[in-house]
Design a protein around this ligand. Structure first.
Ligand SMILES: Nc1nc2c(ncn2[C@@H]2O[C@H](COP(=O)(O)OP(=O)(O)O)[C@@H](O)[C@H]2O)c(=O)[nH]1
Ligand SMILES: [Mg+2]
Length: 447
């Protein structure tokens, strides 16, 4: 049985014989833990992506720890002075957090582990309070807290302010189990308390279940006692009162019972899912950058080659050897190796489509664009630069089309090669590519 469940049982005064319910198998955190271990050990994640996301990977390690150890992380959230630290202490049964400290400078969640109870796996996370935080900082804090906790207790000491309602919404959006607690119940009459609880239930109506809204007194004010003895002498003293957090403990236990370690599993799963998406995006970006570099190298090679050795425009697309070499390299970038003949066939498909487009759509206009901005004089250089620029442009188109084919897992998609190539042509800014090419070529020819 998970140690934190034992701990919660102790808290509520309900005992069960230790070892009475032994887990059938020790699956070390279950399937989510297994997928986290997979993510941590995935050899296909490039080292630079891993390095740029090291903080996230550390968090995955923490979550894995938590899953394997079956810890339950409970965060207290709310305004300064609502009694978050006092409530944390009451749950822990010891003074782990400073109470009554106004506006500490802490901006990060200050997590305190139980020493003895830490082994029991119930971890309370105290937070600095949301007053004076702007909307954005408040959201950030809420997300940070949600990320490290399995369950959030939102502590208020009266009706909710606007900022508290915003924060409650943000927390609810993280899909963590959320309890809404009215603290300092000892300050209110029964009627006042019921009225306030009803207000809180209304505010939380779509965010928190009715039964998850309750009143507690984490650190009730001492009772003033006046005693008059037999001789009529009055004696006054303050009698400390024990915390009244029974309702909250019962609720925590019920949720813990109901969801058990799946709580941590769900949260870890959500985070790992987000992380996997981010890793995917970074890998895609990194690959695209490398691919752009490869395409540019071949653009320069082709353009300079053509410029030094002009060929008729119609033949530009036929000089396919370089293109095939480029496509082989692009295949490597995308982790989908192509043989030389596969890549030759791919280039042939693309150039056939390009040739059709060139003839049908641009023709003369394209040549005019290539010549634009080149001042006369050295007509040979002008023609060479224009032709080189066209070669460059053709290489970009071929490279981008091949890239698209590779990204889709070696497929042209449902609309086929013709449409895919036409999309690439339409999506690229022809004139700026030609301009860049001419400048680059002229720079190189002048050298
Ligand atoms: N009357 C009463 N006062 C409380 C209760 N809980 C906390 N307080 C007081 O509220 C103040 C703020 O408590 P604290 O836990 O430091 O609030 P935090 O800023 O949310 O961490 C302290 O002076 C506590 O003594 C309670 O249940 N009843
Ligand atoms: Mg505090």
């Amino acid at each position: 049985m998970a140690a934190w469940r034992e701990r919660l049982r102790d808290l509520t005064g309900r005992f069960r014989r230790r070892g009475a319910v032994a887990p059938a198998v020790d699956d070390r955190g279950g399937p989510v833990a297994a997928s986290l271990r997979g993510l941590l050990n995935d050899p296909s994640i490039p080292a630079d992506v891993r390095a740029s996301m090291s903080a996230d990977f550390r968090r995955v390690e923490d979550m894995l720890d938590r899953l394997e150890n079956e810890e339950l992380h409970v965060a207290v959230f709310g305004r300064v002075s609502a009694g978050k630290s006092a409530l944390g202490n009451a749950l822990l049964g010891r003074d782990a957090f400073a109470v009554g400290v106004l506006h500490g400078t802490t901006t990060e969640a200050d997590a305190a582990r139980l020493d003895e109870a830490a082994t029991a796996g119930l971890v309370l996370i105290d937070t600095p309070g949301i007053n004076e935080l702007g909307g954005e900082a408040r959201e950030k804090l809420a997300f940070e807290v949600a990320d490290v906790s399995d369950l959030i207790v939102f502590v208020a000491d009266g009706d909710l302010t606007r900022e508290e309602r915003d924060a409650l919404r943000t927390l609810a959006s993280t899909r963590r189990p959320l309890l809404l607690v009215l603290n300092k119940a000892d300050r209110y009459s029964d009627d006042e308390r019921e009225g306030l609880l009803e207000r809180l239930r209304q505010h939380g109506s779509t965010l928190v279940r009715r039964e998850d809204v309750m009143a507690v007194a984490a650190y009730p004010s001492p009772r003033d006692i006046v005693e008059v003895d037999a001789s009529g002498i009055e004696r006054r003293y303050a009698e400390p009162r024990a915390p009244d957090i029974g309702a909250l403990k019962a609720r925590l236990l019920a949720i813990a019972e109901r969801e058990g370690k799946t709580l941590s599993a769900i949260n870890a799963g959500l985070f790992a899912g987000r992380l996997t998406d981010q890793i995917g995006e970074r890998i895609a970006t990194a690959r695209r950058d490398v691919a752009s570099g490869v395409i540019r190298q071949y653009c320069i090679a082709k353009a300079v080659g053509v410029a030094l050795n002009p060929v008729p425009v119609a033949d530009l697309l036929l000089a396919g050897g370089l293109d095939a070499a480029m496509v082989v390299q692009l295949g490597r970038v995308y982790g989908l190796p192509l043989t030389r003949s596969e890549s030759g066939r791919l280039v042939a498909v693309i150039t056939t489509q390009l040739a059709a487009l060139m003839g049908a759509v641009w023709g003369v206009q394209l040549v005019a664009s290539a010549l634009k901005g080149l001042s006369g004089g050295l007509s040979v250089v002008v023609t060479a630069a224009a032709q080189g620029a066209l070669g460059w442009y053709a290489t970009v188109l071929i490279g981008r089309a091949a890239e698209r084919y590779l990204v889709a897992g070696k497929s042209w998609g449902e609309h086929g090669a013709k449409r895919a190539v036409a999309d690439i042509v339409a999506g690229l800014d022809r004139d700026s590519i030609l301009r860049e090419a001419r400048e680059e070529i002229l720079r190189r020819l002048k050298r």
